[in-house]
Design a protein around this ligand. Structure first.
Ligand SMILES: [Zn+2]
Length: 89
């Protein structure tokens, strides 16, 4: 979910994080989406982080818009697309 999609595509990465889409070299999730033990963080944790990130990218958007954008994005992620909060959006 980091910016600069074209730069990332030019890099030789083998996969992307199942939670946020960031390019990673191995595994399922990037370091931002996991806790110290390597387990995927909770939906609430990721949702809050992504909402904060999106709010910085789009300062003019309302909180409601931000949350909808984040849920739309999470709906494209294998780790979250079946989550009830994403399904219910
Ligand atoms: Zn990630």
């Amino acid at each position: 979910m980091a910016g600069g999609l074209t730069e990332e595509k030019a890099m030789t990465t083998t996969s992307s994080c199942d939670s946020c889409g960031m390019p990673i070299e191995s595994g399922r999730y990037c370091g931002y989406c996991t806790d110290e033990s390597g387990a995927l963080q909770s939906f609430e944790e990721r949702f809050a982080r992504m909402a904060a990130w999106q709010a910085r990218r789009d300062p003019a958007a309302s909180q409601q818009d931000i949350e909808r954008q984040v849920l739309d994005y999470m709906a494209t992620m294998p780790a979250w697309r079946d989550h009830p909060r994403v399904q219910a959006r």
